[in-house]
Design a protein around this ligand. Structure first.
Ligand code: NI
Length: 175
């Protein structure tokens, strides 16, 4: 297993749509192992393959550092949200946008379908933080970052923070 380098905003690879995995083989299993190790090392509660420069629809999630009754490590290949309902607002951050946390509106409950590391179809329901993590990671697979889901006011705050880091506006991508 290896800790991979996590790409950070505004790396354009974070904006690419990831493609479905066609065949689960040793390489995908290794990717899942490395992604889990990278997530725990960061530390974070979720990671999507494009964050480590791999343009495939693969995510790992483990909210146990933040919640006691959690299912532990969840590995999903080609995850898809098949049901989403209700609403929640809560704080969110992203390993690819270090140092910025903001409130984001998400669905309260989601049902996710995908494949496990053996290629077996799985369906997992998540509420609260787990539902939030699923939505955040699956967004990554479509090139969407949580800053895209902020209110206008909160997005302005993010821009100001970026200006502090980078100096002038030309040095970072527009959203
Ligand atoms: Ni993220």
């Amino acid at each position: 297993m290896a800790v991979l380098r996590i790409l950070t905003y505004p790396d354009p690879r974070l904006r690419k749509k990831s493609v479905p995995v066609e065949r689960i083989d040793k390489q995908i299993e290794k990717l899942l192992d490395d992604m889990a190790e990278t997530m725990y090392d960061a530390p974070g509660i979720g990671l999507a393959a494009p964050q480590v420069g791999v343009n495939l629809r693969v995510i790992v999630v483990d909210i146990s550092p933040r919640e006691e009754n959690s299912p532990g490590l969840i590995e999903l290949v080609n995850p898809e949200i098949v049901l989403a309902e209700g609403e929640q607002i809560g704080e969110e951050g992203c390993l690819s946008i270090p140092g910025f946390v903001s409130e984001v509106r998400r669905k309260a409950r989601v049902v996710v379908r995908g494949l496990d590391r053996k290629g077996k179809p799985v369906e997992i329901e998540g509420t609260g933080l787990l539902a939030r993590a699923f939505q955040h990671e699956i967004d990554h697979l479509d090139g969407i970052l949580f800053i895209d889901r902020l209110s206008r006011l909160k997005r302005e705050l993010f821009k100001k923070k970026l200006e502090k880091v980078f100096g002038k506006e030309e040095s970072y991508a527009a959203f």
